[in-house]
Unconditional design. Sequence first.
Length: 365
Amino acid sequence: MSKSPERPEAREAPLREGAGTPLRVLIASYLEPEHVARIRAVDPRLDVVYEPDLVPSPRYAADHTGAPLTRTPEQETRWHALLADADVLFDFDRALTPRLHELAPRVRWIQATSAGIGQFVKRHDLARTMPHTVFTTASGVHARPLAEFCALAVLAFSRGLPVMVEAQRRRRWERFAGTDMEGKTLLIYGLGAIGRKIASIMHPFGLHVLGIRRTLGKADAAPPDVDEMHPPGALRALLPRTDVLALCAPHTPETEGVIGREELALLPKGAIFVNVARGALVDETALVEALDSGRLGGAALDVFAEEPLPVESPLWAMPNVLVSPHSASTSDAENGRITDLFCENLRRFLVGEELLNVLDVERLY
């Protein structure tokens, strides 16, 4: 892998020259007025600019992409002027990201509203074109909703929710038996903020929790609610013990395609599979085969090889599959949590302290 340009330390991010000159912060995606007010209240040295008419309107709570937006020529001129004068961006303008290095030459820090921005930054070559800009992620913000989605999936498949829904639809009374989670084994691939939250929610159900983490030293203690810690190389040895496999690792060259036909075949018959990471971590064709054959008892998928999921995908019609349109992380509390993170990082930025969640442009997370 070629070496990326050296990233600046947060303390080196320059403020504007001249005593008392405000730092221009531009909010580039929809944010509720109360959260904008909280950002403005962080420090009088901030000039926080938010013009809702110039950013896409949200289609649902915490929608940072928004509905398609066509600005008038006057609005586009105004927006370009705001970008050109910004020192800090709250979120990316996704439509203009390929030109961001030209349009926003002053920007020294961008706070993303997503945790998984590594591939996005790589795809747009931002580390090279914006070598003096620090990128921070929203890591941790989405941990609880994603962990709750995992719990939903395990409860649904272990207690037979798909069977109940189908029987109710047909008005058919037919008793059946579910299975308890107590005593089962959960393997979490990726013990970042999301993986640790999954462990904290699932362990009290009586599951034996295994965790795989990329870096694992001899002195590393297992996080609370994780019974065993293992390196990535132990994956195949652990799969035969795994009743529930949860993927929540970032998409990197090392994790791409980590779950394929051979790995799925190692899982016990009837295992449950949950993917809240990225579709690229899984061989989707092999996954469909494992579900169709009955080797997998169920799959809860929030991410896919192609998004939106094509209408011809067999996953849509499978009774043992829960399809979530990349929405498991989205919560009506999300913007408040992102604002908490951004406000803390603004305070750190102003005094030259290290920022939280700085993206490593080599590792992509």
